[in-house]
Design a binder for this molecule. Structure first.
Ligand SMILES: NC(=O)c1ccc[n+]([C@@H]2O[C@H](COP(=O)([O-])OP(=O)(O)OC[C@H]3O[C@@H](n4cnc5c(N)ncnc54)[C@H](OP(=O)(O)O)[C@@H]3O)[C@@H](O)[C@H]2O)c1
Length: 442
């Protein structure tokens, strides 16, 4: 006799929702074998019923309001694929949990902001909350941290969590193109939103990092506790200089255990060219984990796209079908500690500094002295020529042009670097605001 199916109510029939319907159809028999029962979508909801869709909705009920669908007695599990931290996604998830149902969502914005409260509600009502698809699309990072590595203490989790930014930085580096040109191409190819600010300013990465930090370190997800800096200031010169010095630049989300607490930060980061994360190109995502027992693990794969994300949603549905239930963030909600924002001035590490030094006797000595005053030691200094005449000799017009100087520091504090650069600017020995990129040990 066929066991009872898991009855799914699916809200959101966009890129991910439509792919989930298709994948469940395609894998129907395999899922029965693997999960012990059929997984069947019985009702759906979206904004516009009349919209043309490439999916067959003849066998499913249409429910106009996703909040009504969420509490529908005819479903066992509510899948929220609408998106956004506000309503109707939030009210719908709350309604499903209040009705004691399981919820599967891909909504990073909702989880980063309200994950703690929703996890608490799920524990209280006997429902369950699953969100494998919310971080890095098809990469099973949530289960890796929460289940696969449950016996490990984590010291650091870091990753490339935004495909748009990695696509832009990859093209800038490989083709010597400007940030603006690469962004325009990303938009043309559908990798970047019409309003790309959320991606390129680092906020999308921060929402995902908040969830990863919660899973790894037992803290409440909180995007406000994260220092965030985007990639718009990165120039082709930086990428060229990084390459010559043996580095690549990636937008990383990093959560690391320090003596002061969990430092969470998102910013352009220089990583050694030879490291695994430096090889991750284009829209691909990757997450590296430093953990006590396994030392290092890196997962790499598609961070977005309908089918890849549907793979993660279906994985959660498989858990619900099997009756697996656990605290959504690993530890019970009441045990997730509030994490304050650690001041970035206390960050310790190496730095890449690009200065446009004025071509005047004594400039180099002044810069060296001001750095030494802050006890900053330099690992390398590269001075570039300001320009060359077409015949190969020095360009007379550039004789007095400012000279680009690249400095790589040994580990120091952000505070010291900021103070030193403020002093360098005040001394009038640079013609432009210094560029600063943090270096991550990998
Ligand atoms: N796309 C990805 O690659 C990806 C990857 C990882 C995670 N995610 C997450 O997955 C979720 C869905 O993303 P998506 O790309 O599939 O979005 P999408 O293509 O924009 O689809 C959103 C769906 O939600 C429906 N919707 C919007 N507002 C609604 C409302 N007020 N009431 C009822 N339905 C409403 C839309 O209805 P209509 O179709 O009628 O307009 C549409 O079907 C988001 O949380 C996103 O962050 C997406």
């Amino acid at each position: 006799m066929m066991p009872l199916p898991l009855k799914v109510g699916l809200a959101g029939l966009g890129t991910v929702g439509a792919a989930v319907l298709q994948l469940l159809e395609r894998q129907h028999d395999a899922l029965i074998a693997r999960c012990g029962r059929p997984i069947e979508v019985v009702a759906v909801s979206a904004r516009d019923r009349a919209k043309g869709r490439d999916i067959d909705l003849r066998k499913v009920r249409w429910v106009g309001d996703p909040v009504v669908l969420a509490a529908d007695p005819g479903i066992d599990v509510f899948v929220e694929l609408i998106g956004g931290e506000g309503n109707p996604a939030k009210t719908a998830v709350e309604a499903a949990l209040a009705a004691g149902k399981s919820v599967v969502t891909a909504n990073k914005a909702l989880l980063a902001r309200h994950g703690l409260a929703l996890a608490g509600q799920a524990e209280h009502t006997g429902g369950s909350l699953h969100f494998e698809a919310a971080v890095a699309g098809g990469i099973p990072i949530v289960k890796t941290l929460r289940e696969g590595l449950v016996g490990n203490a984590f010291s650091r989790v870091y990753g490339i969590l935004n495909g748009t930014c990695n696509y832009i930085l990859t093209r800038m580096q490989q083709e010597d193109l400007s940030f603006v040109d690469c962004l325009r191409d990303a938009q043309r190819l559908g990798y970047a939103e019409a309003d790309p600010a959320f991606d390129i300013e680092g906020h999308d990465t921060a929402q995902k990092l908040a969830i990863l930090a919660s899973l790894a370190f037992g803290i409440a997800a909180d995007p406000e506790a994260i220092y965030v800096e985007g990639i718009a200031s990165i120039t082709p010169e930086d990428l060229k200089a990084a390459d010559e010095l043996g580095y690549r630049v990636k937008l990383l989300g990093v959560a690391v255990k320090t003596e002061q607490g969990i430092e969470q930060r998102v910013h352009p980061t220089m990583v050694p060219k030879t490291s695994a994360i430096a090889q991750v190109m284009g829209v691909t995502n990757a997450i590296a984990i430093d953990a006590e027992a396994v030392h290092e693990i890196m997962l790499q794969g598609p961070g977005a796209g309908g089918m890849a994300t549907a793979s993660a949603v279906v994985s959660d549905l498989g858990d619900v079908a099997r009756g697996l239930r656990m605290p959504p963030f690993g530890s019970p909600a009441a045990r997730l500690a509030k994490s304050g924002k650690l001041p970035m001035q206390r960050h310790e590490g190496g730095y890449y500094i690009r200065l446009l030094a004025v071509d005047r006797p004594g400039t180099a000595a002044t810069i060296a002295r001001l750095l030494a005053d802050e006890h900053i030691s330099l690992e390398s200094i590269v001075q570039r020529r300001p320009g060359r005449a077409p015949h190969g000799g020095d360009d007379p017009a550039s004789a007095a042009a400012p000279v680009p100087v690249i400095l790589i520091t040994y580990a120091t504090t952000e505070d010291a670097v900021r103070r030193a650069l403020a002093a360098v600017e005040a001394a009038g020995v640079v013609a432009d605001k210094p560029q600063l990129i943090r270096i991550e040990k990998t």
